[in-house]
Design a protein around this ligand. Structure first.
Ligand code: ZN
Length: 220
């Protein structure tokens, strides 16, 4: 696919940055789109901009503030706590977020002559968001192709990986240190290893520890 052009849905977090490195290795030309939906931390967009600049990738920031207007949630409102009740989706879930992000990214991609879309969604060890599931992504690919009469392919390199395997993928791509130090996953807006307290930091740290242990054992 070295002849082809791809667009990565890019937030500056661990997952989408790993996807960006994967795309840079896989495709001849890569751009990123970043969505501004009035995240709690403007820093998230700053962080994404910094990474795109450092990697020499064209970034387009799209205004998605309507998402916050439609569905207030813990990622956009400080007064909503980040929490998860048993058997329920966490308060960080935003209805339709990936549906909208991928649809807008597809419109952008078609305009810029790209047919490959890459998203870091993952079914394996996140919180059961319905629009992160493989069946949804496959369904949306069909819908986008029909909607725009254009042969989009949606790639989900992380779909079946757990967090430890995502760290391994970063390492295999030669990007382990970069992703560990430069990406922002933390809900409290702290780059790199983060605050250590929020659910995103705990998930990231647990995966990292598992991967580091496995790497250590593999090296004997
Ligand atoms: Zn944190």
């Amino acid at each position: 696919m070295k002849q082809e052009k791809a667009v990565v849905v890019f937030s500056g977090g661990q997952d989408s940055t790993t996807c960006l490195f994967w795309a840079l290795k896989t495709f001849g030309e890569v751009e990123v789109v970043t969505f501004d939906y009035q995240q709690r931390h403007k820093l998230e967009i700053e962080c994404a901009r910094q990474i795109a600049t450092e990697l020499g990738v064209k970034q387009t920031v799209l205004d998605m503030s309507l998402l916050n207007q439609l569905a207030p949630n813990a990622l956009t409102r400080n007064e909503i706590a980040i929490e998860q009740q048993a058997g329920e989706l966490p308060s960080t879930f935003v209805d339709g977020r990936n549906l909208l992000f991928l649809s807008f990214a597809a419109i952008y991609a078609k305009q810029s002559g790209a047919r490959h879309l890459i998203t870091g969604v993952c079914e394996t060890d996140f919180s059961g968001y319905p629009d992160c599931r493989d069946a949804f992504v496959k369904s949306l690919q069909v819908t986008l192709n029909l909607a725009m009469d254009y042969p989009f392919v949606i790639h989900t390199p992380l779909m079946w990986l757990d967090k430890a395997e995502t760290w391994k993928m970063a390492d295999d791509l030669g990007a382990f240190d970069y992703i560990r130090e430069k990406t922002l996953t933390c809900y409290n807006g702290i780059i790199g290893d983060g605050c250590g307290e929020c659910p995103a930091c705990k998930l990231r740290a647990a995966g990292l520890q598992t991967y580091l242990r496995e790497r250590q054992e593999a090296m004997g």
